[in-house]
Design a protein around this ligand. Sequence first.
Ligand SMILES: NC(=O)c1ccc[n+]([C@@H]2O[C@H](COP(=O)([O-])OP(=O)(O)OC[C@H]3O[C@@H](n4cnc5c(N)ncnc54)[C@H](OP(=O)(O)O)[C@@H]3O)[C@@H](O)[C@H]2O)c1
Length: 245
Amino acid sequence: MTQHKARRVALVTGASRGIGKAIAARLSADGLFVVGTATSEEGAAVIDDALGEGGAGAALRIDEDAAAHALEGIVQRFGAPSVLVNNAGVTRDNLLARMTTEQWTTVLNTNLTGIYRLTRPLLRSMMRARWGRIVNLSSVVGRMGNAGQANYAAAKAGIEGFTRALAQEVGSRGITVNAVAPGFVDTDMTSGLTDEQRQAMVSRTALGRMGTPEDVAGAVAFLVSDDAAYVTGETLHVNGGLFSA
Ligand SMILES: NC(=O)c1ccc[n+]([C@@H]2O[C@H](COP(=O)([O-])OP(=O)(O)OC[C@H]3O[C@@H](n4cnc5c(N)ncnc54)[C@H](OP(=O)(O)O)[C@@H]3O)[C@@H](O)[C@H]2O)c1
């Protein structure tokens, strides 16, 4: 078992690309030992290389019940994470009238049930330590809605409810639970937008640009830090003024 006693261990799901990659890099730079996950061993190896001494990569799929087994392996290798960033997520966009059951269940199973699968088993060690930080990635779409994303909006609104409820359950144990809701961020997830769709979104954004993964990572780093010790059950919106909650 690798020991990282001097550093808190942070688990960041979906750290191979986009927002999760930036969160992993930021938390590692802030002094945490970061275990970043990807869905494949190849992705895990890329994270391993990127983090160097600052962390490690691991393969884990949050849409499968086998996630519990992969999680046990991570805890055995690196110790129990006291920081959990539930970042991994997917989209399967379609108008509801045309949406397939597969599109609905994939998004709910991955984005919402995936958070349940990882958070529940990690609570016990955080409660024992009387310290923990859980940050869940929501989306502006969970509040604002967006045509073609009823499945995704439902999952993200669900994440915010989950966040508020769990914050009530574990606050007395020194664990904070918060959500970060990004606006439109330049990653693979938004790469399918047409130039017209991008322009329309940017024109509605007060700051006049899409967000960067680093914009989101800064908000997550704050919620994980000691400066946010008295913030819990909250959703921090990072959307450049696209929408005011
Ligand atoms: N981009 C945006 O505009 C935006 C806006 C609001 C909220 N968000 C949210 O922010 C989070 C990150 O988004 P992103 O844009 O960075 O996404 P992304 O670039 O598409 O990256 C998704 C990440 O999640 C991992 N992943 C996908 N399916 C998974 C599964 N079943 N199990 C475990 N990991 C899985 C991927 O791993 P592999 O590399 O192995 O596939 C990858 O690391 C998501 O929760 C998303 O909903 C994004």
